[in-house]
Design a protein around this ligand. Structure first.
Ligand code: AMP
Length: 316
C-alpha cells in the first residue's frame, strides 16, 4: 500500500507524484471526478472505485468553463470539509481539490469538443457547457492516468460524450457508468437539491413521477414516441410544471427518436427531462435533470425500470 490515509492535494505536481508512487507498486487506480457538495450518489461512485481498484482518487473542482454567464457558478455549493470527511469514510486514498488557476493557469488556450453529441438536450440550453466538461475531464483523466473512471448515468448526455471522447482519442482509462442514486420517493440525488424549499421539493417529485409514467406506458406496450412523452408531460402539468426539454433519444448515439419505436437489439432509448422548479420566493429556481432507459430486450434494464416505477409509487 502506498497510503492508508486520505491525503488532500491541491497542486497538479502533488497529484502526479501520488499517482506515480501508486503505479510504481503496481496499483490500479479508480478515479471519480466531481464538483463536490457530495451526496450518496457521489458516494456510490466512490465505493465502486474503491472496490474495483487498489486505490481511489476523488477530484473536487467547480469548473467555471462548464457554467454559462447566467448560471449558478458563484452560488454552486462548496462544502470541502464535509466532502473530505465523506472521502475518508469511503476509504478514498486521495482528494484532489485544485484552485481554478491551478487547472486553468494564465495562457490556457485549449478547448476539447465532441462534435454533434452536445448539440441537443442539455447542450441546446447550455451553450459551451459540454466543451467545458470535456476540457476539464480530459485534463483530469490525463493527470490521474486512472485504470477506470466513474461517472453517473444521471448525467446521461455527459457520460455519452465522455465515452465518445475517450473512444475517439484512444484514452487508456476505461469509462464506467454508475446507476442513479435516488431519494426514497424517487427524486435523483443532486448537489442542487439543497436549493429546493419544502414546496419546491414536493413539486420536484413530479420529475421522477413523469419518467415513471412514461416508463410504465412503455412497459405496457406503448411505442408511439409522442404518446410516451405525453404521459410525462401530463404528470408535470398536474403540478404546473413545463419542462425545459423532454426528449426520447437513442441511448447509444443520442439520435432523436420519432414516430413509432422499433429498437433493434442491442439499441436502447433514453427518455430525458430537464425541469426548472421555482421556490416560493419566486427568486430561486433549481434546474433538475433526470432520465430513464427504455429497452425492448435487456432484462436487466427492464427490471431496473420496474423497480424505479415501484419506488416512485406508480406501479398500481
Ligand atoms: P457533479 O459533482 O454533480 O458534477 O457529479 C459528479 C459525478 O457524480 C457525475 O459523474 C454525476 O453523474 C454523478 N452523480 C451525480 N448525481 C448522482 C446520483 N444521484 N447518482 C449517481 N451518480 C450521480
Amino acid at each position: 500500500m502506498v497510503s492508508t490515509q486520505t491525503v488532500v492535494l491541491t497542486r497538479r505536481h502533488e497529484l502526479l507524484q501520488f499517482v506515480d508512487a501508486a503505479k510504481k507498486v503496481g496499483q490500479s487506480i479508480g478515479f471519480v471526478p466531481t464538483m463536490g457538495a457530495l451526496h450518496a450518489g457521489h458516494r456510490s461512485l466512490l465505493e465502486k472505485a474503491v472496490s474495483e481498484n487498489d486505490c481511489a482518487i476523488l477530484s473536487i473542482f467547480v469548473n467555471p468553463k462548464q457554467f454559462g454567464p447566467n448560471e449558478d457558478f458563484s452560488k454552486y455549493p462548496r462544502t470541502l470539509n464535509d466532502d473530505v470527511n465523506l472521502a475518508k469514510s469511503a476509504k478514498v486514498a486521495a482528494v484532489f481539490a485544485p484552485t481554478v488557476s491551478e487547472i486553468y493557469p494564465e495562457g490556457f488556450l485549449t478547448s476539447v469538443k465532441v462534435a454533434g453529441l452536445g448539440d441537443g438536450m442539455c447542450g441546446a440550453f447550455r451553450p459551451g457547457h459540454f466543451d467545458g466538461v470535456t476540457t476539464v475531464v480530459l485534463l483530469l483523466l490525463n493527470l490521474v492516468g486512472a485504470t477506470r473512471a466513474y461517472f453517473g448515468t444521471k448525467d446521461f448526455q455527459q457520460l455519452a460524450i465522455i465515452k465518445k471522447m475517450c473512444a475517439d482519442l484512444s484514452h487508456p482509462t476505461t469509462i464506467v457508468g454508475v446507476e442513479t442514486v435516488r431519494e426514497s420517493d424517487g427524486l435523483a440525488l443532486s448537489s442542487r437539491n439543497r436549493f429546493l424549499d419544502d414546496k419546491a421539493r414536493l413539486r420536484a417529485h413530479a420529475v421522477p413521477v413523469a419518467l415513471a409514467a412514461a416508463g410504465k406506458a412503455f412497459l405496457d406496450g406503448e411505442r408511439d414516441v409522442k404518446k410516451i412523452m405525453e404521459k410525462s408531460l401530463l404528470k408535470l402539468s398536474e403540478v404546473q410544471l413545463t419542462p425545459q426539454y423532454i426528449e426520447l433519444r437513442d441511448a447509444t448515439n443520442l439520435h432523436p427518436l420519432e414516430g413509432v419505436l422499433s429498437m433493434p437489439a442491442p439499441r436502447n432509448a433514453v427518455l430525458a427531462i430537464a425541469q426548472f422548479v421555482e421556490n416560493s420566493d419566486q427568486n430561486t429556481k433549481t434546474r433538475l435533470i433526470d432520465n430513464i432507459v427504455l429497452s425492448e430486450y435487456d432484462v436487466t434494464i427492464r427490471a431496473r425500470l420496474e423497480a424505479f416505477i415501484k419506488l416512485v409509487g406508480l406501479n398500481s
